[in-house]
Ligand binder design. Structure first.
Ligand code: FAD
Length: 393
């Protein structure tokens, strides 16, 4: 089969790229090895797909070249995707911090992309293993040997995503293709991922599994104000996932469990107003009871609020406002939302997404070394990079 363009990977970026190219009159085939397309879209946002964010700019992304993403993000904005969503009559809402979720289900977004591909005349094949890619001599282009037969194309788009959630069909195929053509890949690791804790805090944290509270979490200069969730294995929740993008093994995290308050000042106020009662009772009005109990047990214990010394107030202050912990690691690709690192963006045009060394070969989406924050930023990158490449393939 001969087409103008083959897209490998029927995920967010691949489907967006295919539809865009199809609307330009290009003949497009999308090949995916999985039994179903768009699996990560379906499982995203807890089943409601956080498909974009009202406010997106380059500061929401990590990449060795922080400027690379700017061009595509400015050419395909959240508003452009929202207009598409509106045209398809999909209802959505802002949950928090500009994050847009479907009212109904993630499948609305996948169906929208498939409808767009259908209108644009795109052929999509699942259960397709790409066995070999060869560059054609003469006119250029590529020849693909696949489990569904041979394909030839002028433009080849690699949209195979990252390594997270292997059970959903994630592979390192995109990095292998880059390697085959001498295109550099940067080291990769799991990100937007929960932390594991194995030190003395492990039993305390494990006993709090299921407790969630708003915190300010920091690593180095980076801070996020979001909920934290204790788990049997360690620390999760949006605050931890965000921080994981900036964490390096061995680095301590600092967590303020009472942001917007000053515990020492509160206790002083309770004392001077003659408040009676144990500290745990008073604190449980503003923090989850199980957490208060455990945190006091690990520091100075709970007594009548009048009975704490100044030295103990200092201990409480650091325990609640500046708690530090060094995770032993992360849960890895098994539960990570994204892969940090990937195809070096220096190797790819930020305008067309074509590999500088290999005319006709394109990389879009998460396979590239561009990783967004939690909050719809990774899909916005998939849409933007897919759309921009789709205009040139
Ligand atoms: P993918 O969407 O991963 O698509 C890659 C495609 O390539 C897949 O269909 C795969 O089957 C196919 N493929 C892989 N290897 C091969 C191969 N060898 N041959 C053929 N095909 C292959 N981001 C957000 O912005 N908002 C969210 O709410 C959100 N929630 C998430 C929840 C979870 C649990 C996870 C894991 C991720 C979430 N993300 C979210 C991140 C987001 O899903 C990804 O960043 C985005 O899907 C990347 O798009 P992509 O097209 O580059 O890759």
């Amino acid at each position: 089969m001969k087409v103008d363009c083959i897209v490998i990977g029927a995920g967010a970026a691949g489907l967006m790229c295919a539809a865009t190219a199809g609307y330009r009159g290009r003949s497009v085939a999308v090949l995916d090895h999985a039994n179903k397309v768009g699996k990560k879209i379906l499982m995203s946002g807890g089943g409601r797909c956080n498909f974009t964010n009202f406010s997106v700019d380059a500061t929401n992304y990590l990449s060795r070249n922080p400027h690379f993403c700017k061009s595509a993000l400015s050419r395909y904005r959240p508003q452009d995707f929202i207009e598409l969503v509106d045209r398809h009559g999909i209802n959505y809402h802002e949950k928090t911090k500009g994050q847009l979720f479907c009212d109904h289900k993630s499948s609305d977004i996948l169906q929208m992309l498939l409808t767009e591909c259908d209108y644009a005349g795109v052929e999509i094949s699942t259960h397709c293993t790409v066995v070999k890619i060869e560059q054609e001599q003469g006119d250029g282009g590529f020849r693909l040997r696949t489990s569904l037969g041979d394909y030839r194309c002028q433009s080849l788009v690699v949209a195979t995503g990252g390594l997270s959630i292997p059970t959903m069909g994630a592979t390192g195929f995109g990095y292998e293709v880059a390697g085959q053509f001498g295109i550099q890949c940067l080291p990769r690791w799991a990100s937007l991922v929960p932390f594991t804790i194995t030190d003395k805090w492990q039993p305390v944290i494990s006993a709090l599994a299921g407790v969630s509270l708003d915190v300010v979490a920091g690593v180095g200069d980076q801070q996020f104000s979001d909920p934290l969730l204790f788990t049997h294995r360690g620390l999760s929740g949006p605050a931890m996932l965000q921080i994981s993008n900036y964490w390096q093994p061995g680095a301590p995290l600092t967590i303020d469990f009472l942001p917007g308050h000053n515990l020492a000042a509160l206790i002083t106020e309770w004392r001077s107003s003659g408040q009676k009662g144990e500290l745990k009772t008073l604190l449980s009005a503003i923090l989850p009871k199980r957490f208060v109990q455990a945190w006091l047990e690990q520091s100075v214990g709970s007594r009548q609020v009048q009975q704490y010394s100044d030295a103990e107030l200092d201990i409480l202050q650091s325990q609640f406002h500046r708690w530090t912990i060094t995770p032993s690691g992360t849960e890895g690709y098994r539960t990570a939302e994204v892969t940090m690192g990937g195809v070096n963006t220096d190797e790819v045009s930020s305008k067309t997404f074509e590999a500088k060394k290999v005319p006709g070969l394109y990389f879009v989406g998460e396979v590239l070394d561009v990783t967004g924050w939690l909050g719809g930023y990774n899909f916005q990158w998939a849409w933007a990079s897919g759309f921009c490449a789709g205009q040139y393939v």
